[in-house]
Design a protein around this ligand. Sequence first.
Ligand code: DAH
Length: 350
Amino acid sequence: MLEEALAAIQNARDLEELKALKARYLGKKGLLTQEMKGLSALPLEERRKRGQELNAIKAALEAALEAREKALEEAALKEALERERVDVSLPGVRLFSGGLHPITLMERELVEIFRALGYQAVEGPEVESEFFNFDALNIPEHHPARDMWDTFWLTGEGFRLEGPLGEEVEGRLLLRTHTSPMQVRYMVAHTPPFRIVVPGRVFRFEQTDATHEAVFHQLEGLVVGEGITMAHLKGAIYELAQALFGPDSKVRFQPIYFPFVEPGAQFAVWWPEGGKWLELGGAGMVHPKVFQAVDAYRKKLGLPPAYRGVTGFAFGLGVERLAMLRYGIPDIRYFFGGRLKFLEQFKGVL
Ligand code: DAH
């Protein structure tokens, strides 16, 4: 038995086979184990002799198994090393790494500036209802002011739009034409005083050219509290200009009409390197009708009025315009033209 077993062990081709051999001889029901069990049936003298023999065989088998196992493991390792050999002198494979989009970079810069002034950043939905995008902002249907915003209307079948408190919103759906509807949503769900900015994507049903896109980004601002005045609005825009364009920059306000503010203004900044006025956006004092619409909506939800005796200012600016200036981009269509060569320039900017 010993000869045959030793030969089998020596010839085992892999660990699997070796394991099977070990079980065959030394396992619970192995040949050697059986023999050892049989010892008790023998007379004492013979039992002692046979016992010694069997122990010697066992030791020999164990040693052989161990030696073969080691040899097989070494062979396997050697084979693996050979197979997985790496030629460290080969040129490396460059991994593709992404970066932040220039609009994201600009948006973050703006949000950071206002965060430092105590504003909170919040976001609203891109699919909006006619009520939040227009009516609540004092832009009723058939009013000529609606023509300021060419609108993508949606059929919205089967779509459930949530209101400020998760309630279902009824009415016609659209892609928001500005970030201003979030003013209404936020006011419905919160009580003043507060300062917020709302970055986000907006949509206009418009022809595109070097300075117009159908999809672009805005940053909305809203500050409401007791005794908020136009002076606070000017201060906020002044701080923005300082942060973006340095201590020698100037801001300018000119009267203009927006239905949701009174008085309304457009604002521009001037800075030495630019050497000209850049129109940044619209602003003004929140129109009383907007506060009224908010309180009326709150009432519908069972909430007490919260916007009597407060005032507020709001502003909205175009993110692409600023990014074009900041990064020297001549055509707004480059942003979402999908060219990697363009986007790769902004890697590692932040
Ligand atoms: N929502 C306006 C637009 O997209 C911009 C705007 C003007 C926002 C005046 C404001 C504001 O908050 O007060 O044309």
